[in-house]
Every structure is written in C-alpha cells, then in structure tokens.
Design a protein around this ligand. Structure first.
Ligand SMILES: *[C@@H]1O[C@H](CO)[C@@H](O)[C@H](O)[C@H]1NC(C)=O
Ligand SMILES: *[C@@H]1O[C@H](CO)[C@@H](O)[C@H](O)[C@H]1NC(C)=O
Ligand SMILES: *[C@@H]1O[C@H](CO)[C@@H](O)[C@H](O)[C@H]1NC(C)=O
Ligand SMILES: *[C@@H]1O[C@H](CO)[C@@H](O)[C@H](O)[C@H]1NC(C)=O
Ligand SMILES: *[C@@H]1O[C@H](CO)[C@@H](O)[C@H](O)[C@H]1NC(C)=O
Ligand SMILES: *[C@@H]1O[C@H](CO)[C@@H](O)[C@H](O)[C@H]1NC(C)=O
Ligand SMILES: *[C@@H]1O[C@H](CO)[C@@H](O)[C@H](O)[C@H]1NC(C)=O
Ligand SMILES: *[C@@H]1O[C@H](CO)[C@@H](O)[C@H](O)[C@H]1NC(C)=O
Ligand SMILES: *[C@@H]1O[C@H](CO)[C@@H](O)[C@H](O)[C@H]1NC(C)=O
Ligand SMILES: *[C@@H]1O[C@H](CO)[C@@H](O)[C@H](O)[C@H]1NC(C)=O
Length: 795
C-alpha cells in the first residue's frame, strides 16, 4: 500500500507544522494502520519543551536506541517488524514526565490460504462446472466494514486480472463461470481486501491447474444381493478424464462397526466399474456409498447412502442341533427334546423344520418313523431304548436348505461320561467344570435350563465352561455330555444351582397384639422364588413417631416376638427385616396402638364388679322376699301393743338364739329388720303370764330381769303385775313417752309395733284374757311412723 512510510511521514509533518505555533508539541501521524510485520516511523514534535524526551508503547517504555533526535523540535521513532494488533504510542518529556502527545497504531494482515474449486450444484452433472468457489483466511477486526474482491487471471495472461467475485466474508462463489476459463490451463487467483483505511492484496499469488480443482459429481451406485455375494456397480460422471473411485460399506447398525473401503482407478474411457463383495453376513442390513475424484483433484461428495439387506447364505446357517434325553418311561420310550438355533427372523423366506428320528443301527427295521413337523427351534420326539439319530432338515420355500443330525445313545450303552461336575456362580454367570472321561473325546456339550422347556446350550473344548445370558435368580439344571466322532456320550447332570441367590422372600407382619405395655408381633416369610436367600435372623424395628427407633433380633427359627417396655396409649410403628447372607428384605411398616390399661386388669375389675352387682342384687332379692313375707303377715296394731322394757342389744344377742324370730332380735344387722312385731316383745309380757295359772314363760321372765333394761332399781322389786297394769292401757301417746324417756339410741322404727291379736298360744293358755274381744277383729295392717308419735307427743 504505502511501501515507504517514511516518505509519507515526511510529507505529512510539514503540512501539520505550517499552521502550528512554534511551541506546539504533538505526535504524528495519528491513528495509523500498517500491515502486520512492517516497519513504521513516528515523529514527536517537541517545540514546547526543552531537553530529552522518551517514548512509551502501551505504557511500556521503549528502548531509547530506537529514537532519533533530529533537531530541537523533531524526534523520530523507528519501529521495525511491528506485530501488535493495536497499540498506543506516547511521547513524554524526560524532565517533567509530561505526555507531549500520542497516537495509535493498528495492524492488518493479508488474505491467505486461498483455495478454489470448480464444482456442480446438482449432484448428478456432467460438463463444465457451473460453480467456482474460493475460500481464504483473513484475521480482521470484525467491527471493520471490509470488501473482498476475487481477481482471476489465466497464467500467461496474468496482466489481465478480472474481478470475478465480491464478498464481505471469507468465501465467495461465482455462478455460471465464464466460458473463457479453459480447463486444463493454469490460472491464478488473488483476493483483495479493502476497508476505508487500508487495502491489501493476498500474496503470494495462488496458482493452480484448473483440472486439479475440479470436484466431480458423486457417482451413481447400484447394489444387487445374491444368496452368497453382493454385486456393486458404480458409474461416474466426467467420463473423459482418468479418475479413481471409492466404495465404502458397513453394517447398518447404530453402534460403531468396522467400515470397509474398496479403491478403484478408472481410465479415461471407463464409465464405471463393478465389484463383487462376498464377506458379508447373512440377513443383515449393509449401507453403501461411493465417491470419485479426478487425479490430484478433491474427492466428490459421497453418493447417497444405499442400504441393502443381504440374503441368507447357506454356509452361514449354524443350526447347532442338540437334544436332551429324558429318563425312559416304563415301556422304555424316552422323550427327546431336540433343539436348534432358528434361522434369524430377519432372513426373508419361509422356513420349515422337520425332525426325523432314525434307528442308528442299519439292521433295525420295522419301526415306522414319520417326519415330525416342528416348531422353529424345538421339537419333542419319542424314541425307544435303542440308539437313534435325530435328523433335522430345514426347507426354504420347500427347497432343501440345510440338514443336521445328533446322536441319542441307547440305554445302558457303554459310552464316555464326565464325572465330578463342579458349579459356582460369579457375577450372574455360572462356571462349570468337570472331570474328563477316560476315553478320548473331542469336546463337550453343556446344556442348561431353568424351566425344562427353554434350553441354552454351548460347546466347549475344555473341561470347563462359563454359562452366560442367564435369567436372574433362577435355578438351573446343567447337563454335560461328551462328544466324539459323530456320536455323543451319556449326559451327566450337575446339582441344581441358582444363577444368583437373592434376598429372602417377602416378609409380612400378620398380627400385632398390643396391650398396655407390650405387644406381640407375628410375621411370615413367603418366598416365591426358588433362589431366595435363607433367612439367618430377623430384626424387628419399632418405635414411636418421635421417639428413637428400637430394634430387637431373633434367629430364623422364630417368627414372633414380644416387644416389652412400651408406653401405654401410644402409637407405634413396627417392621421386620429378614436377613439372609445374600441380602435383606424389609416388611411393610405396620402401626399399632398400645392400650391405656392392661385389659387383664380391666377384666378382673369387670369380674369383681359383676360379682358385687350380683351380691347386691342377691341381697336385694333376699330383702324383697323377706319384705314380701312380712307383708303377708298382719301388722300389729300399735294401739294394742303393750309397753315393755327394751332389751339391750348385747342382751338380745345372747338371747337371740332362743328367740323364735331371730331376724328381729338384732335390729342393726339387716335392712330387713326395720319392722318389729308385737310377738318379739310379747314374750316377756308378764301380765299375760301372771294372768295364767300355769306360767309357761317363767324362764323367759327371769331373763328379762336385766338391770340395764329395767328403768329403775325399785321397779325390779315391784310386782310384775304392776308393770303390766301400767303397760296394759298403753296408748300411742304413752308408748311414745316411754320411748322418749328411755333415751336409748335405737332405731326410730323400734317404736313401730304391730297391733296383733293376742297370739293363739297365749289365748289358749289364757282363756280369761280381757283382750279376748280383739280376737274377733279382722287383721288390720297399720303403719306407724315416727311422725305419728311426734304429733301425738305434741298433742
Ligand atoms: C527540524 O527538522 C525538520 C525536518 O528535518 C525540519 O522540517 C524543521 O524545520 C527543523 N527545525 C528546525 C528548528 O531546524
Ligand atoms: C464495499 O462495497 C460496497 C458496495 O459493493 C460499497 O458500498 C462500500 O462502500 C464498500 N466498502 C468499502 C470499505 O470499500
Ligand atoms: C501449472 O502449475 C503447476 C503447479 O501447480 C506447474 O507445475 C506447471 O508447470 C504449470 N503449468 C504451466 C503451463 O504453467
Ligand atoms: C484406498 O485408498 C485410500 C487412499 O486413497 C487408502 O488410504 C486406502 O488404504 C486404500 N484402500 C485399499 C483397500 O487399497
Ligand atoms: C410306515 O408308514 C407308511 C405310511 O404312514 C406306510 O405306508 C408304511 O407301510 C409303514 N411301514 C411300516 C414298516 O410300518
Ligand atoms: C416360526 O417363524 C415364523 C416366521 O419366522 C413365524 O411366523 C412362526 O409363527 C414361527 N412358528 C413358531 C412355532 O414359533
Ligand atoms: C432339575 O433337576 C431336578 C433333579 O433331576 C428335577 O427334579 C427338576 O425337575 C429339574 N428341573 C427342571 C426345570 O428341569
Ligand atoms: C477353562 O480352563 C482353562 C484353564 O484350565 C482356562 O484357560 C479357560 O479360560 C477356561 N475356560 C472357560 C470357558 O472358563
Ligand atoms: C444376623 O445375621 C447377619 C448375617 O449373618 C449378621 O451379620 C448379624 O450380626 C446377625 N444379627 C444378629 C442380631 O444376630
Ligand atoms: C439396634 O439397636 C442397637 C441399640 O439398641 C443399635 O446399636 C443398633 O445399631 C441397632 N441396629 C440397627 C440395624 O439399627
């Protein structure tokens, strides 16, 4: 651009200085753009100061040797191979450190790494490529508005560069390239970058042979499948030049898979090529693509990917026919379970499988065996005790595809057999090993099943095998059979082994019986799986919502536990962990609530209460009966009662046994004793007795001579007749007076007395008793209350 920056500076400085005052200080030129790596000179005008100056670049002091003081007012700084992207340059006074002036220097670079191609917009095209695209590199400040121009020139005529393309980015495509471009010739391309501040051309010139930058259209690919190979045909465009082509193919699967590439070179007269591919798997999808390139030219794009499904190759069919022979039934017939590997379902075709069992020895005849039409991978056939051969025939659309056969030994046939089978599990696999039989064998077949229907089987050359693809936690039956010649030996079955022993079965709490301070928890373990772990112990976890969680363990023999020291009337949660060596199973949580009281105590209380109620009722009934009895008796007329001394309680007790009405003798004893009859007091009545000549009650009379009861000592000596006289006309009022005068703390009901006609006994004894007329009086019941007496007293 400016090949001599120094000239530019020399030109600029005078023009600036002319209008300036002598004492002006400044740095020129301002805001300079230079090409990266070029040299530049900057002038500091120092008229305003005296003495030395120094420079800083991005605030770092510059070596003074780069600065050259021309005279008192001009100092020139020379910068060589300047590579800063952007820099600030300042001129300072050495004496005052004052900035005298400053400027910025920015760099720009040339476009580089130009590459251009001729190509086709349509993937299938011949003839002159309609498109010419160039790319290049250019590091610029993205804020700049930049215009690129692509200049094309044929070699030998490089003076006449023609602008063929304009762009604002680092790529440019020309459509419908000029027919003047001669393919096969050399040409040059230059890229010019232009901004408002600078303009630069790419260097060195990009020279190329037009054929070398010609990108062909991708070839046309056809793939045909045959039962044992693939036929690939590839046709190219631009058939006038030599070229080379590639065909790549791989399995059409998601995971990464090996990719194969076939190279082929075509002469100018060849329009295409064919290739046969044999090493492909049967019934598998493969994807194919091809591309071509002129010599030294870039590759064309890959052709559209083609996916083809390969056909079933007979040689790939591996039936792996095997059989499992069951124990013979009573009639010697044995069930033989034949099994083989089905032809993959991806294979197109209708495949039928037939199994035929034929006696092994030629001379065995007379048994009619018919073909059995079987399933796609198994077949059950019956054979007798003799040796047999099981033949499997596979037809593809009724055309024989492949055959296989396997030997079934006769019962008791002397054949090799393996011994001492050892099994173990490792990470979901079963490792099997055994001892070889003494006879030489070519290998072993190991078959294994978890349900007796689905078998897996594998061959081993060694006396061991690793069984894979097992179902988790299933018991496996494993049989090892030696193989030799075209026969098999007898199979030996290993002890059943679990692919993995799991957790114990499901633990269920079946019952919780809680009382106030304890609870009995009962649980069961149900293991659906044959391979559940054996429980070693149980741990019962329990606790309240707030409180700590407690646990207690029992061994595997127990399935219940009594939780003690619980709080009454509290909710608890409980669950049970069954621990086996292989894992732990947890039951679901169960909640229970303890009772407020011990229900046994409650029961005792209820029983006691019942007994008490029963007793009370009994007593009540007794009273009722007594009352009824009493009611039936005539109540004595208190008006007819006689006055007598009340016997003392203690005396009465003594006396009671001899008295005929014991219940009335002790008033305080029972509620039933509320009523007293005349009879009780009548006995000691002396007048009646005295009235009689033969005194039958003399003994009783004596007993009543009690000092405590006798009102006065004098009266004791008195004639009893006098007492009788005083008593005889007794009226309610009189008797009340007497009772009140005695002051004995007796029940007020004691005053109650019944007016009864004189006892028949008395009347018989005393025929002259004046109360005889009373006998005629009908029995009248009269109740006398205390009130009555009180009223009487008041009168
Ligand atoms: C100093 O040198 C510059 C350039 O050489 C010139 O233009 C200028 O007149 C000179 N100044 C003096 C005072 O000599
Ligand atoms: C770039 O080109 C456009 C037109 O093509 C023009 O208007 C613009 O000024 C140019 N910019 C520069 C920096 O040359
Ligand atoms: C064309 O360019 C190649 C290098 O790309 C060079 O070797 C060849 O000599 C050139 N041919 C002509 C005719 O200039
Ligand atoms: C095919 O050519 C490529 C390069 O063009 C090369 O890397 C590859 O090895 C070749 N393949 C064969 C099978 O020759
Ligand atoms: C076998 O069966 C077929 C038809 O099922 C019959 O024709 C043939 O005679 C039988 N052979 C013997 C030996 O029973
Ligand atoms: C055998 O396979 C065919 C197709 O592959 C299928 O239609 C058929 O149901 C299968 N038969 C059995 C018994 O599985
Ligand atoms: C496994 O073998 C045992 C012992 O021979 C037998 O009882 C059981 O039925 C067999 N189980 C299966 C699934 O074949
Ligand atoms: C069998 O045992 C041999 C060594 O005795 C060992 O190298 C081989 O890996 C084992 N094979 C399997 C399938 O375990
Ligand atoms: C329960 O059995 C396991 C496994 O053997 C053992 O680790 C644990 O200590 C036992 N717990 C009790 C309480 O015995
Ligand atoms: C059982 O309780 C004891 C304390 O009684 C505690 O140390 C132990 O960690 C608990 N066990 C479990 C499995 O929580």
């Amino acid at each position: 651009m400016y090949p001599f920056p120094g000239l530019f500076i020399l030109f600029v400085i005078p023009s600036i200085c002319k209008g300036q005052h002598e004492t002006t200080c400044n740095v020129v030129p301002k805001d300079q753009y230079i090409e990266v790596g070029s040299d530049t000179e900057i002038v500091c005008q120092t008229s305003c100061v005296h003495g030395k100056i120094f420079w800083t670049l991005n605030n770092r002091r510059i070596d003074e040797s780069l600065s050259n003081t021309i005279n008192s007012s001009h100092t020139v700084l020379t910068l060589r191979n300047f590579t800063h992207h952007s820099a600030t340059l300042q001129c300072h006074s050495a004496a005052t450190k004052q900035v005298l002036g400053g400027t910025t220097i920015k760099t720009y670079s040339k476009p580089s790494n130009i590459s251009c191609i001729f190509h086709y917009d349509n993937l299938k095209m011949n003839g002159i490529p309609p498109l010419f695209t160039c790319n290049w590199d250019h590091q610029i400040d993205s804020s700049l508005d930049i215009n690129y121009t692509v200049l094309y020139a044929s070699v030998g005529d490089s003076q006449t560069q023609s602008e063929i393309c304009n762009s604002k980015v680092t790529t440019c495509t020309v459509k419908n390239t000029s027919p003047a471009i001669l393919f096969g010739d050399n040409a040059t391309v230059t890229v010019r970058a232009k901004t408002a501040a600078w303009e630069v051309n790419s260097k060195p010139e990009y020279e190329f042979n037009t054929n070398h930058i010609l990108k062909m259209s991708p070839p046309v690919l056809t793939v045909t499948t045959f039962s044992d190979h693939l036929w690939v045909q590839c046709n190219r465009f631009l058939s006038s030049e030599n070229c080379h082509c590639q065909v790549k193919y791989s399995k059409a699967v998601k995971e990464s898979t090996p990719e194969w590439v076939l190279n082929k070179t075509l002469e100018s007269y060849q329009k295409g090529f064919n290739v046969t591919i044999e090493k492909v798997e049967s019934c598998t999808n493969y994807k194919f693509a091809a591309r071509c390139a002129l010599v030294q030219a870039p590759w064309s794009e890959w052709s559209h990917e083609k996916t083809v499904l390969t056909k079933l190759n007979k040689r790939h069919v591996k039936l792996r026919l095997w059989r499992q022979v069951a124990e013979p039934e009573k009639n010697g017939v044995r069930k033989v379970h034949a099994m083989w590997t089905e032809i993959p379902s991806a294979c197109q075709g209708t495949f039928t499988y037939t199994i035929k069992q034929t006696p092994y020895k030629e001379h065995v005849t007379g048994v009619n065996y018919t073909d059995s039409l079987c399933g796609n991978s198994t077949c059950d056939v019956d054979v007798n005790q003799d040796a047999h051969r099981i033949n499997l025939t596979v037809f593809d659309n009724e055309a024989l595809l492949v055959e296989d056969s396997v030997y079934v030994p006769a019962i008791g046939e002397s054949l090799p057999q393996v011994t001492d089978i050892q099994t173990s599990t490792l990470k979901g696999r079963i490792l099997v090993s055994w001892k070889a039989p003494v006879q030489p064998v070519s290998g072993y077949m190991i078959d294994y099943t978890h349900n007796g229907n689905q078998y897996q089987w594998k061959e081993s050359k060694y006396t061991n095998a690793t069984l894979v693809d097992l179902l988790d936690m299933k018991p496996y039956n494993i049989t090892v059979t030696p193989l030799f010649d075209d026969k098999t030996g007898h199979g030996t079955q290993a002890l059943q082994i679990c692919s993995r022993v799991g957790d114990p079965g499901n633990v269920t709490i079946i019952d919780v019986q809680a009382i106030d301070q304890s609870a009995r928890v009962t649980w069961t373990v149900k293991s659906q799986e044959a391979c559940s772990g054996v429980v070693v112990n149980y741990t019962v976890f329990y606790g309240t919502q707030k409180g700590p969680q407690l646990n207690v363990s029992v061994d595997s023999t127990k399935q219940d536990i009594l939780l003690k020291d619980l709080n009454p009337d509290t909710q608890y949660s409980v669950y049970v962990n069954a621990t086996a060596l292989t894992g732990t199973t947890k039951s679901s949580e169960r909640f229970f609530e303890t009772k407020t009281f011990d229900p046994r105590l409650m029961t005792a209380l209820i029983v006691c209460g019942c007994i008490t109620i029963f007793l009370v009722l009994s007593v009540g009934l007794c009273c009722a009966i007594q009352w009824k009895k009493f009611k039936e008796k005539p109540v004595p007329n208190p008006g007819l009662s006689t006055l007598a001394l009340w016997p003392s309680t203690s005396h009465q007790k003594v006396n009671s046994r001899t008295q005929p009405f014991q219940p009335f003798s002790n008033p305080s004893e029972s509620l039933c004793d509320m009523v007293y009859t005349e009879e009780a007091q009548r006995t000691p009545t002396p007048p009646l007795a005295t009235g009689c000549n033969g005194n039958p009650a003399s003994e009783q009379t004596e007993e009543y001579i009690d000092p405590a009861i006798v009102p006065a000592p004098d009266s004791q000596n008195e004639d009893p007749a006098e007492l009788v006289e005083t008593h005889h006309p007794s009226s309610p009022g009189e008797s009340t007076a007497l009772l009140s005068s005695t002051n004995t703390p007796l029940s007020p009901y004691r005053s109650q007395s019944s007016v009864e006609s004189p006892a028949p006994r008395t009347s018989k004894q005393c025929k002259r008793v004046p109360v005889k007329q009373q006998e005629k009086t009908p029995p009248v019941t009269v109740y006398v209350t205390l009130d009555m007496f009180e009223q009487g007293q008041g009168r």
